[in-house]
Ligand binder design. Structure first.
Ligand SMILES: C[S@@+](CC[C@H](N)C(=O)[O-])C[C@H]1O[C@@H](n2cnc3c(N)ncnc32)[C@H](O)[C@@H]1O
Length: 424
């Protein structure tokens, strides 16, 4: 069976199961090995990432009624329209029921039509993002910038790792990894971060990872912790903490102190507890873990604190380089739901933080929408009287003075919004 046919059946299965499983986990569970696994995974990721364009082309050509044929046509259109791969015409000739020469000709005509379109419609199809989302970005950035952001989100970002500085020095870690065939570069902004330029996909199997000498995490996530700047002996409230990546990084930097970690999801907290044990966080940190809605946290549960980290659930539109299926899940309703949750969490965090003695709150989301970043902070400044601090990383936010943004095309990270607030 050709790789296109395998991917066509997997695509059908994934689209049916998508409400309960992400693409990364779906691929992880596939019973495929070695080279075939890589080819299948790359093609499936590509088709899902460009499904908006592919489906638009298919709607112009006429979608087959049969589900299997429809999915095979999607895969072939992806090969022709996105990869610009004509070899598939010869290779699959006779394998499927389509006239592939004619299909390739129609795809070229339709792509030329896309080029003649203007504004949000054109960008939505060219980069395969929902049109309403592109329109939202165009309200805050010129078209040339939106183009760069969308193109960047369609590229894979490098693998990054955080050094467990409690156990190993960065140069020693790079040395240790290089002896196992990994090639790593020290990050020039963050003293405890490395970029894995070769072998990233196998980093989890490295001795260093197994010994807890590194934590696999995107650089943007590490920037959030550097902005929080947890110091030895401080008390931190981590309001949406699971699976605990930022908490564990904070514990590396603090050495000693107190963390109150809260998350609403029992399942994610269970995963966080595993990571906490693996990195020995509670050997050094006085740790309190609560499974509850952080909007209902009380002063008694939290106690005296210095700083708050609020990294709430979001549309994850900044994570598209790693999870392209986010493009198929994000809807205006989901965005509204997330904004309501984020505002509920932030307004409670500010009020609670003030009562518990916190001076600083860091707010972060892995999203590229202004609604979950700048507009939330703008409202907090207006209604809660917080002050926004300068942050020495990333690019200026869509609305200057309200925080910073990290982008794949500029910072080689996932898309993040970060804002540091003074509560006093
Ligand atoms: C972006 S993730 C947090 C990632 C985490 N900070 C880390 O670095 O690993 C968002 C988390 O918010 C949690 N969450 C959603 N609604 C919540 C609520 N009302 N109260 C507390 N946690 C919530 C989700 O369960 C999810 O684990």
């Amino acid at each position: 069976m050709s790789v296109e046919e395998v991917v066509a059946s997997l695509l059908g299965r994934f689209l049916r199961e998508m409400s309960s499983i992400g693409l990364k986990k779906f691929c992880y569970k596939l019973k495929l090995r070695g080279g075939k696994r890589k080819r299948v995974q790359r093609l499936l990721f590509g088709v899902v990432s460009h499904l908006i364009l592919v489906d638009w082309i298919m709607s112009r050509i006429g979608a087959p009624r049969d589900e299997w044929e429809r999915n095979l046509l999607r895969v072939i259109i992806y090969r022709l329209a996105v990869e610009r791969n004509r070899e598939v015409v010869r290779r699959l000739d006779g394998v499927c029921g389509f006239d592939l020469e004619e299909l390739a000709r129609r795809v070229d005509e339709i792509l030329a039509e896309v080029e003649r379109l203007r504004g949000a419609r054109k960008l939505s199809l060219k980069y395969s993002f929902p049109e309403w989302l592109v329109e939202r970005l165009l309200e805050y950035m010129p078209e040339s910038k939106v183009r760069e952001v969308l193109a960047g989100l369609n590229q894979r970002t490098p693998t990054w790792a955080i050094v467990n500085t409690r156990k190993i020095d960065r140069d020693e870690l790079i040395d240790l990894l290089s002896r196992e065939g990994f090639e790593c570069l020290p990050d020039d902004e963050l003293d405890d971060v490395i970029m894995v330029v070769r072998g990233g996909e196998k980093l989890e199997q490295s001795t260093a990872c197994r010994l807890g000498l590194l934590l696999i995490a995107d650089k943007a996530s590490a920037v959030v912790v550097h902005v929080l700047d947890p110091r030895p002996g401080e008390s931190i409230l981590d309001m949406c903490s699971a699976p605990g990546v930022k908490l564990i990084h904070a514990s590396f930097r603090m050495g000693e102190g107190r963390i109150v970690a809260v998350d609403i999801s029992e399942k994610r907290v269970a995963r966080m507890r595993e990571l906490i044990a693996r990195y020995g966080v509670d050997d050094v940190i006085e740790l309190k873990v609560l499974v509850k809605d952080a909007r209902k946290l009380t002063e008694d549960e939290v106690g005296e604190i210095d700083k708050i980290l609020l990294d709430p659930e979001c549309t994850s539109t900044g994570v598209v380089p790693r999870s392209p299926d986010v493009k198929l899940r994000v809807t205006p309703e989901r965005l509204r739901e997330m904004v309501e949750l984020q505002w509920g969490l932030l307004s409670h965090a500010v009020k609670l933080g003030r009562r518990c003695g916190a001076r600083v709150l860091v707010y972060s989301v892995c999203s590229v929408t202004p609604d979950e970043g700048e507009l939330i902070i703008e409202r907090a400044v207006r209604e809660l009287g917080v002050r926004v601090c300068d942050v020495p990383y990333g690019s200026e936010a869509y609305i200057p003075g309200l925080g910073v943004r990290l982008f794949p095309h500029i910072h080689k990270t996932l898309g993040f919004f970060i804002s540091k607030l003074r509560l006093d």
